[in-house]
Design a protein around this ligand. Sequence first.
Ligand SMILES: *Cc1c(COP(=O)(O)O)cnc(C)c1O
Length: 391
Amino acid sequence: MTGSLEDFARTKLEALEAATLRRRLTPTARAPGAAARRGQAEMISFCDNDYLGLSQHPALIAAAVGATEAYGAGAGASRLVTGDNPLYEAVERRLARIKGSEAAIVFGSGYLANIGIIPALMGPGDLIVADELIHACMHAGARLSRAEMRVFRHNDAAQARNLLSEARGRARHCLILTEGVFSMDGDRAPVAALAEIAREFDAWLLVDDAHALGVINGGRGSGFDEAGARLKVDLQMGTLSKAVGAYGGYLCAARPVIELMVNRARSLIYTTGLPPGTLAAAEKGLELIETDAALTARPLAHARAFTDALALAPAQSAVVPLVLGDEGRALAAAEALARRGYLVTAMRPPTVPAGTSRLRFTFSAAHLAQDVAALAEAVRDVVPGPVLQEG
Ligand SMILES: *Cc1c(COP(=O)(O)O)cnc(C)c1O
């Protein structure tokens, strides 16, 4: 007998399958040098966010092992109960220094950070003004906050300003949401312009730097101008799960804002602290980001070499999209690259807007220049010429 729940799930899955939108988990063993093994296939990954290869770095692995031996495998409780391992302080001090902010707080993940930060600051009667392409976890945080949300066209600071001049007067507090580097497009937000607009309208600016830390501005992320001066970004959030090579999320901000998170961010208070080994690995990853300029320069250099080789618009980050439109085409191109030994996952709705299914290439310090050149050759073989010319 199948119950109504199973019928419900099966019907939903059939609809996804019919629309070429069904997703499946594929066991993948990762190894140094951006290597990835799926079944018998040995591949080079060009689709993870380990931009500096640090998840495989011996120093991070040793730090994780050492802290696990010293403190155990798990945290045992919420940070506010007994789970606030002394390693948190070192990670937070370093994050604040890298980001040029007064204080920092580490969350369980980037997703948990955004669904905690936004409702801790915003509520009914407040206004959120967001780029149309912000990440799912900022949407989730905005929904949880029950503030009104208005969306501006991607990277259109002028439209953001119009929305504010129209609606700011009605709202008590106002929060602008964007990403420093957009996760699926690899382009960069006009952070300086948005900071100026925030100042003009007494709004607060949150920049999600998940794909910028370790890659942009000598690794410090998008909160700085060309000369290295801090932009007025009130809330610099991000993740320890991508370029840092470990796991976790963070917010850098003024000290009272951080103290408020400790008292109000539900996704910090009501969840268990990070495993000590994860914190130790994150601290080591941040140390390398802070001290190794040659390392943090590599992902963008590889991405530029790739866009140059294919005569695409110059990469602005370590993320390079190639929009194919149709889901089936994106999947077919990904499969053709997989047969050549390159792991590049097709990105489909709802991760990207309908009609913009794509290959999303990411570049890492772990890649060799010859890997990147060979990938560009393979892409030329499997992707129709007109797509490359449009790109
Ligand atoms: C990956 C990502 C997150 C979530 O970070 P996790 O630490 O993986 O939970 C948040 N925002 C953006 C833009 C991301 O790409």
